[in-house]
Design a protein around this ligand. Sequence first.
Ligand code: ASP
Length: 323
Amino acid sequence: MGTRRDFLKGTVAAAVVPGIAFSKVMEKMERNTGHPTVISTWNFGMEANREAMPLLKRGKSALDAVEAGARVPEADPKIRSVGYGGRPDEDGHVTLDACIMDSHGNAGSVAFLQDIKHSVSVARKVMEQTDHVMLVGDGAKRFALSQGFKEEDLLTEESRKEWLKKKENLSRKSDLGPNENHDTISILAQDKDGNIAGACSTSGLAYKLHGRVGDSPIIGAALYCDNDIGAAGATGLGEAVIKTVGSFLVVELMRQGRSPQEACEEAVRRILRKHGGKVDFQVAYIALRIDGEIGSAAIKNGFQYALNRGESSSLIDVNKLTD
Ligand code: ASP
């Protein structure tokens, strides 16, 4: 006869297993192989995809593709919310957040990194060369230099002038809210073998408090990949994404059988509900499931993502979620 302890164990298992098991949808899901896909946030995702897709077509891994894709806006001074040329914090420092995840569930991230252009590649080194997941600030920079990354000033003349002007009448409250001067590259890819990886990189909110870290280096917030299910990435006000662990939520909803579209919509709804339905900021999600299906949802109009299925990229407008 079983003991009371066995009985309790059985009860807990019965209560928990259905919640964590694959849904019937996922059990039957066929992995998309042979048809590489890359999806990236915003219009600069077009250029990122252009870099990533040829790698996927040549049989490179999804991990190589997302890193190469994210490096494109990081190096482009015209893109004022990622890497070199990014808008600085309130003290005039460009501080970067980035992360990367591979198809084995490995993750690396850097936060509050300064003077190193390719934060996504530093994040990959953290993942591959250390036993850690996340390095921040001076430690992240020291690690990057030890790995051969070059120290360089990321504040362009244009960003500096704009910051000086802004400083004259900087109000912390208003700059942390509806300010639209921020956009992250989140990039998800599926390679020829059907494996999935993701990356994300940003200079964060413009004129943020010195030391502020957003969602982009937080695994589960701006990015999450599970090669049994799919991946999700975020852009927008990082504080709202962190508080709802948004990308993890999207992947877990897909695990439970929601489509990528439904999962993104539910993650947006979660934020709306937490704010009593009234928000004056943007958050948007993209998702890619192992069968190649994608989804996206946003709080406000204006969000776009770039999708490439092997030929040319298309830029897709996402309307705000209405219910
Ligand atoms: N999520 C980024 C941050 O909060 C910014 C953005 O994507 O708009 O740092």
